[in-house]
Design a protein around this ligand. Structure first.
Ligand code: ZN
Ligand code: ZN
Length: 83
């Protein structure tokens, strides 16, 4: 099967390209990824990390060697505030 790119459309605007797995993974904003989301998943995917491709500007740095995608950064912040 040929790999295809699917545009991510929000409110009629193309906000990014979702590609099938490949060496040139891109951040959802379309920039080249430079890091992966380090959020540790639980449940079915326990032991794995989110691994969402992130570029420098979309990654949220939460530690010396830890970066999260926007959704997981928000999730951690919420959890921290609730504690
Ligand atoms: Zn980005
Ligand atoms: Zn994530």
């Amino acid at each position: 099967m040929p790999s295809r790119s699917t545009p991510i459309v929000i409110d009629g605007q193309v906000v990014g390209i979702a590609c099938s797995r490949g060496p040139d993974r891109r951040c959802k904003c379309g920039r080249r990824m430079t890091r992966l989301c380090d959020f540790a998943l639980s449940g079915k995917k326990a032991g794995k990390t989110c691994d969402a491709p992130l570029c420098d500007s979309c990654a949220v740095r939460v530690g010396p060697d830890r970066d999260l995608c926007g959704a997981h950064a928000a999730h951690e912040k919420k959890t921290a505030e609730g504690a």
